[in-house]
Design a protein around this ligand. Structure first.
Ligand code: NOJ
Length: 882
């Protein structure tokens, strides 16, 4: 059990360590450099307490207040602290409150399906869902994922993700999120969150924030692969970039009522994501008005009281490092509250936020579904406490939670496939002879789940690797589905499911009448796994397993080659995309369990395709921003400067083209061919009358405390008799009942907490409201609609299909992107000759820039333009916004 006194001194040390950086900060400027040249993050205290009148949270708050008011300090601490890695059945488990009938909360990954279980669905990855540009598919995705987690007994789903957003195309986990655009990602996040929580499960928006690469995300992990660093990477970025790009989707998630936000491994301006008070207290809770709880990523907590003061509400998985048996919180948090280091209102606020999220999604104490699976074994019998190997009993009940979700998965992966090139060969219609070539069309010889956490790239790529994975219930390979289609059509069919069967390929391609479909892939994932030298992040943007050579060789032999790419993001098409023998290129992304069926639906024209959620550049360098692959600060935290500001992906490429019109990418963000042609006309901009923007004023209530005051008698908090101690389990108990002075080894400790706590950290008096805040999602006037834009879209071709009109605006002014996305729709099934109306509302938020000085959103005086069209570069309609 944790030695509370030992750890107390540890976290005093960590306190001192963490705040030294602020000593020389100038309060007028947010991010300052220290003497050693490193950026700092400014302090922001106290940690905002939940607002009883926050929109959409009123009832949940009242229920949580009633519940938390009944709790003892130990019970409150139990809510905030995980019981330790693998100490119970879920990926994360909080302590329980058996006295009142609350079992510990079960937290389970992840963003494309439920991890570590069975009879669950494997949805397309976020980036494929993103490519559908479909609000209703996003909502359905969330609801179905929520239903599956509910059915297995999980309380908290660890998704969706919009960090990383994809600053650089090689970022290992970009595929877990929806796109490189904050507006698009924000809409998707909000829809998925509503879906998940509508199914009675708390959603988690992750990873907050600027978690843009896997290399050096955790110092010990980096040591494991040979880099001697002592601190995690610092993502260094300015306040405007943070607001307008990386934090933007989280603001949408907060507005949608998300119950939980996961803070990230990396540091932001040299302050760890899970104890960065500016980000957690200042931006999430104060400015965005977030009412739920902040949980740490797994082992992303680096201090005890410092993280509590900075706004962390839940420690996951609870132990300092997996299976140490020690915790920064648990008994240390109990002691910290008793001796006044952590104010009572802060622990009450943590507990309140967790329970408010619980009640907000409709959960009831005593009504939680039973946990009927174990993350740690697929066998029927297993340990309730796997780390301790205690309580062997039935843990897996093989409950099938898939419902009819396969239909959605098939539809979503098809509608999220992007047709990049089509010389008329698609859609296929009973071709005479289909030849399929490439390992990526077939199965993994070890089976679809043969590689743990998908830590290999064998056979078709339908899921990338890491914690954002789920077990496949089955995997329909392209080969299986295309062959079935061929049999139905009377098509002759042969497949060569390897990249190195060159003689066989040459022989078959000598035959006439072939429609050749060549498959290749590119994979990436989370940094705890290295696949072929790719430590999460990709080493390059080329295809894996000599895919480029395969495509070039095949297309040198025959004249009708369709290329299908299963990739986690962009790859370099430069050397072959314009070869006339390549008649079509389809990006099928990372499609999930229905891979082959979805692909066949697209190739044969049964579904309408999607639009690219990122840009396809000509070279890796053409993307501008790149990752850091070698430490650059000695043994200290590697420093990754986001010096490109908001200019990632299409904003960067647009700026390059503005400087040199010859400098263009191959396929731009938002691009994708469809089965028809569309004419855009009749752009109308209607200005709405709204009252001028008022910064939020006034004060919060003072920090409430709930229930009986904390009893200073330490004997109340020691390990109770009659409870069996579970090895390495994290408890809320103290290990000594001697006095606080003795326990801490510091006679002044407690009385002098404010000497090492940052100023204001324990101040529970009413606080001024943030001018850009006021309600969940920020100042409500940010969401006033200032303009409604409409345009007519006419199907001028001869096939019924979907169109994805996109709206961009120019903010005008120096240093702003050429254009940013601010509206879109997927309008389904537009008949030949039919005209439909595209309509988009532009809010104050959409038109504003973040003003660092006033710390608010401001609409500048620069002339603004609205553009409507079918991609970020094909925008036939434009009008000034006046
Ligand atoms: C670490 C990952 O970064 C996070 O996304 C995941 O939810 C947790 N591990 C739990 O598996």
């Amino acid at each position: 059990m944790a030695l509370a006194s030992t750890f107390l001194s540890l976290y005093i040390f960590l306190f001192a360590y963490i705040f030294t950086g602020f000593a020389c900060a100038d309060p007028d400027s947010l991010y300052q450099r220290q003497d050693d040249g490193l950026l700092t993050s400014p302090p922001d205290y106290p940690s905002p307490w939940a607002d009883p009148e926050a929109n959409g949270w009123e009832q949940a708050y009242a229920q949580a207040r009633d519940f938390v008011s009944q709790l003892t300090l130990l019970e409150k601490v139990n809510l905030t602290t995980g019981v330790g890695w693998m100490s119970e059945r879920c990926v994360g488990n909080t302590g329980s409150i058996p006295r009142l009938g609350l079992r510990g909360l079960c937290l389970q990954d992840g963003p494309l399906g439920m991890r570590f279980t069975d009879y669950n669905s494997a949805f397309p990855a976020g980036v494929v869902a993103g490519a559908t540009w479909s609000r209703h598919l996003w909502h359905d995705r969330g609801r179905m994922m929520g239903e599956e987690q509910y059915g297995k007994g999980s309380d908290v789903l660890l998704g969706p993700a919009s960090g990383p957003i994809g600053r650089a195309p090689t970022g290992g986990r970009n595929w877990e999120g929806f796109s490189v655009d904050p507006y698009h990602s924000g809409v998707a996040m909000a829809q998925v969150v509503r879906g998940i929580q509508g199914a009675g499960v708390i959603a988690t928006a992750k990873h907050f924030v600027a978690n843009e690469q896997e290399h050096f995300r955790q110092a010990p992990e980096a040591v494991g692969y040979g880099f001697n660093i002592t601190e995690s990477l610092s993502s260094n970025l300015d306040d405007k970039t943070l607001h307008e790009l990386y934090a933007w989707p989280f603001q949408d998630a907060v507005r949608a009522g998300v119950g939980s936000i996961m803070c990230s491994y990396n540091q932001i301006n040299n302050s760890y994501g899970c104890q960065n008070s500016k980000l957690l207290n200042g931006i999430l809770k104060d400015e965005y008005g977030f009412q739920g709880f902040v949980m740490s990523d797994w082992q992303a907590q680096h201090a005890g009281a410092a993280s509590a003061a900075a706004g962390l509400d839940m420690s996951m998985p609870g132990d300092t490092v997996f299976n140490t048996g020690y915790s920064f919180w648990g008994g240390n948090l109990t002691l910290g509250v008793i001796n006044g280091t952590v104010p009572e209102w802060r622990i009450d606020d943590m507990a309140l936020r967790i329970m408010a999220a619980f009640f907000k999604v409709g959960r009831t104490v005593g009504g939680q579904p039973d946990i009927n699976f174990s993350s740690w074994t697929r066998e029927t019998l297993g340990y309730i406490h796997p780390m301790a190997q205690e309580n062997l009993e039935r843990v897996n009940f093989q409950v099938d939670v898939r419902g009819n979700h396969a239909n959605h998965i098939r539809e979503s992966a098809a509608k999220g496939s992007v047709i990049l090139k089509n010389n008329g060969v698609l859609p296929l219609s009973s071709p005479k002879f289909v030849v399929v070539i490439g390992e990526d069309a077939g199965g993994n010889p070890a089976g679809p789940n043969g590689c743990p956490d998908r830590n290999c790239d064998n056979g078709t790529l339908a899921m990338a690797w890491g914690s954002g994975t789920a077990q496949f219930p089955y995997l329909v390979t392209p080969d299986q589905a295309l062959q079935r289609q061929a049999l139905e059509d009377g098509t002759r069919y042969e497949s060569i499911l390897a990249n190195n069967q060159w003689t066989a390929v040459q022989n078959i391609l000598r035959e006439p009448n072939t429609t050749t479909i060549v498959f290749a892939d590119a994979d990436s994932g989370e940094g705890f796994i290295d696949v072929d030298g790719n430590r999460g992040d990709r080493r390059n943007l080329t295809l894996w397993k000599d895919g480029d050579a395969l495509i070039k060789n095949v297309s040198s032999l025959t004249s009708n080659v369709i290329v299908v790419l299963h990739t986690v993001g962009p790859v370099l098409l430069t050397e072959w995309y314009d070869n006339p023998n390549i008649t079509a290129i389809v990006w099928a992304g990372v499609p999930g369990q229905e891979s082959g069926n979805s692909l066949t639906d697209i190739l044969y024209g049964r579904r309408s395709p999607g639009r690219s959620p990122f840009t396809w550049g000509r070279t890796r360098e053409s993307y501008g921003a790149d990752l850091l692959y070698e430490p650059n600060n000695g043994e200290g935290a590697p420093q990754q400067d986001f010096s490109e500001g908001v200019f990632i992906d299409y904003r960067h490429f647009d700026r390059e083209t503005a400087a040199d019109p010859e400098n263009t990418p191959i396929y731009e963000f938002g691009y994708g061919l469809s089965w028809s042609t569309f004419e855009y006309s009749n752009l109308q901009v209607a200005k709405r009358n709204v009252r001028p923007y008022q910064p939020t004023t006034g004060n919060t209530i003072s920090a409430p405390v709930f229930g009986a005051p904390v009893d200073p008698d330490l004997s109340q908090y020691t390990f109770p008799p009659g409870i069996r101690y579970i090895y390495r389990f994290i408890y809320p108990y103290l290990n000594t009942s001697s006095s606080g002075e003795d326990a801490s080894g510091d006679p002044e400790y407690g009385q002098e907490a404010d000497q090492f706590l940052p100023p204001g950290a324990i101040d529970g008096s009413p606080q001024p409201r943030h001018p850009a805040g006021g309600q969940p999602g920020g100042n409500p006037q940010l969401w006033d609609v200032l303009y409604t834009v409409t345009a007519t879209i006419t199907n001028t071709g001869d096939r019924m299909t979907d169109e994805v009109p996109q709206l961009y605006i120019s903010h005008g002014g120096d240093g702003e992107p050429v254009r940013v996305l601010r509206g879109f729709d997927r309008i389904e099934r537009i008949a030949p000759g039919e005209s439909v109306q595209f309509r988009a509302d532009l809010t104050r938020h959409d038109l504003s820039n973040w003003d660092v000085v006033s710390q608010n959103w401001v609409i500048t005086d620069d002339e603004k333009t609205v553009w409507v069209g079918s991609s970020s570069r094909n925008l036939p309609l434009a009008a000034p916004l006046r």
